[in-house]
Write a protein that binds this ligand. Structure first.
Ligand code: GDP
Ligand code: MG
Length: 203
């Protein structure tokens, strides 16, 4: 339920982009977060897909407009359309695929070259349920993220491990950042502009 205080607090609409190699689980993470669904045979994304979800924090409501990109090289030239003007980017690799980690680092470098100082970036090692096939050690992800000032976590869209926590952390960072200086963020302080669908995390 939306309380009076809630209505008086900041409502933020934030553009979020999912980047990373094809098959790393970007669509699966979005579907897990937005719909609580998971498919073993998730179809490849063509071009890009759009999802939206609302997260309710203590002091703000964040509406995510999520652009889920395809990841294939042939769609690379389209990616700037999705990450330009984004408030947050989640770069995904597959912990059982070393190449996908190399590709993730390239995405991070590309994003950094855009020079959007206020972009909230997260690096995510997905498919942590495949521990037995792990090729990228957690330390490698942690270290790269630390060196580059990114939030880092390992997730599983399959088991749902850390998926809500990931988006919740990004939302918290968006609220903490100075939204007036960020691109990809719209502020709604109008009480009429509250959202009907809510998503609550109890972290
Ligand atoms: P995308 O190309 O990055 O969007 O990746 P998809 O979401 O389409 O996932 C690619 C394949 O990996 C699909 O067969 C998914 O079912 C599978 N997959 C996605 N996330 C996970 C995960 O967390 N664990 C496992 N074991 N498989 C996953
Ligand atoms: Mg996809």
């Amino acid at each position: 339920m939306i309380t009076m205080e809630r209505m008086g607090t900041n409502n933020i609409q934030a553009k979020l982009v999912l980047l990373g190699d094809m098959g790393t689980g970007k669509t699966s993470l979005a579907l897990r977060f937005v719909k609580g669904q998971y498919f073993d045979c998730q179809e490849s994304t063509i071009g890009a897909a759009f999802f939206s979800q609302i997260l309710s924090l203590n002091d703000a409501i964040v509406k995510f407009d999520i652009w889920d990109t395809a990841g294939q090289e042939r769609y690379h030239s389209l990616a700037p359309m999705y990450y330009r003007g984004a408030a947050a980017a989640i770069v995904v690799y597959d912990i059982s695929n070393a190449d996908s980690f190399t590709k993730a680092k390239k995405w991070v470098e590309e994003l950094k070259r855009q020079g959007n100082t206020y972009l909230i970036m997260a690096l995510v090692g997905n498919k942590v349920d495949l521990e037995k096939d792990r090729k990228v050690q957690i330390e490698a992800g942690t270290q790269y993220a630390e060196e580059n000032g990114l939030f880092f976590t390992e997730t599983s869209a399959k088991s749902a491990q850390n998926v809500n926590e990931l988006f919740y952390e990004v939302a918290k960072r968006l609220v903490k950042a100075r939204p007036s200086q960020q691109t990809g963020i719209l502020l709604h302080n109008d009480a009429r502009d509250h959202y009907r669908r809510q998503f609550c995390c109890s972290i």
